[in-house]
Design a protein around this ligand. Structure first.
Ligand code: C2E
Ligand code: MG
Ligand code: MG
Ligand code: MG
Length: 286
């Protein structure tokens, strides 16, 4: 009967939802274990001078090497970590490991992504400071990357916290600039040291006639505001040569280097000094 069918469907959906919830709970438990048992690792992606020859900084990017599922992308487990609060411990693990690894590259700056939830934790700044002192890492070499979501709770404390971070000599970058609803208004609210232009603007260069005008304007804006400007997601020689004609300060993207394990940074520096770049095939990517 229709009634029985309806109930059957209801049961089906409930079961599917319950299964989803259970799967997430399992994954959260496994992530907890991963944080405690060194199943996380970091890779580093170089940021170079505008001519692409010299590495200036590396961005730390977390990876989860799951024993059965293989490598899980941060895009899928960072949101889970944020929902479950695990992001705080995960983020501290990342900072500690990155500051230790980066001791090998005293000539390079280190960029670390900080989730808005981690940033707003009342103890964040103290914990950050204690990691810096425990690892002996010079705060002037550190740049934290936040997105405009850090402002989403309209918490006036966030501005004070950003200032306190800068007062320690740590630089603050605005990541994924241009993807949100009111990116421009955040530039007025806080004096970011660095502007990272979202790769969407770079990807458009080959296809959209407006993209180069928009990109050029954003770079000039960052420059006028005294920020260091980073272009992310450089995949082709064409994109790199466009940027060479602008006031952009740093390039980052697969064309220069994929994110690599700490051991390989030295090799990447040698390769880039020889001007050997990796053109990414856009067709394989699409
Ligand atoms: P993001 O901070 O904007 O990092 C840049 C992402 O773009 C990285 O993805 C990087 O591998 C990728 N990428 C770099 N060059 C290119 C390119 O030329 N083309 C394309 N298509 N992609 C490129 P990944 O490592 O998968 O990280 C994704 C996001 O996850 C990051 O975006 C960041 O928001 C977050 N994330 C990564 N590691 C951490 C972390 O340690 N803590 C926190 N809170 N978030 C992290
Ligand atoms: Mg980033
Ligand atoms: Mg980004
Ligand atoms: Mg500049």
């Amino acid at each position: 009967s229709a009634k029985a069918n309806g109930r059957g469907r209801h049961t089906f959906f409930t079961t599917a939802m319950e299964e989803q919830v259970r799967a997430r709970e399992n994954l959260a438990r496994e992530l907890r274990r991963a944080i405690d048992h060194d199943q996380l690792s970091l890779v580093y992606q170089p940021q170079t001078t505008i001519n692409g020859r010299k590495v200036l900084a590396v961005e730390a990017l977390v990876r989860w090497n799951h024993p059965t599922r293989g490598q899980i992308s941060p895009a899928s487990f960072i949101p889970l970590a944020e929902e479950t609060g695990l992001i705080n411990d995960l983020g501290l693990w990342v900072l500690r490991r990155a500051c230790r690894d980066a001791a090998r590259w005293p000539h390079l700056k280190l960029a670390v992504n900080i989730s808005p939830i981690q940033f707003r934790h009342p103890q964040f700044i103290e914990r950050l400071a204690s990691i810096l002192s425990a690892t002996g890492f010079n705060p002037h070499r550190l740049e934290i990357e936040v997105t405009e979501n850090v402002f989403s709770h309209e918490d006036p404390l966030v501005l004070q916290m950003l200032q306190r971070v800068q007062q320690k000599g740590i630089r603050v970058a605005l990541d994924d600039f241009g993807t949100g609803y009111s990116s421009l208004s955040y530039l007025r609210q806080f004096p970011f040291d660095t502007l990272k232009i979202d790769r969407g603007f770079i990807a458009g260069l080959e296809t959209s006639p407006h993209a180069s005008a928009i990109l050029g304007t954003i770079i000039n804006l960052g420059e006028a505001l005294g920020m260091s400007v980073v272009a992310e997601g450089i995949e082709t020689e064409h994109q790199a040569s466009f940027l060479r004609l602008t006031n952009c300060d740093r390039l980052q993207g697969y064309y220069l280097s994929r994110p690599v394990p700490a051991d390989e940074i030295g090799d990447v520096e040698i390769r880039l000094a020889r001007q050997e770049y990796i053109e990414i095939d856009a067709r394989k990517h699409a």
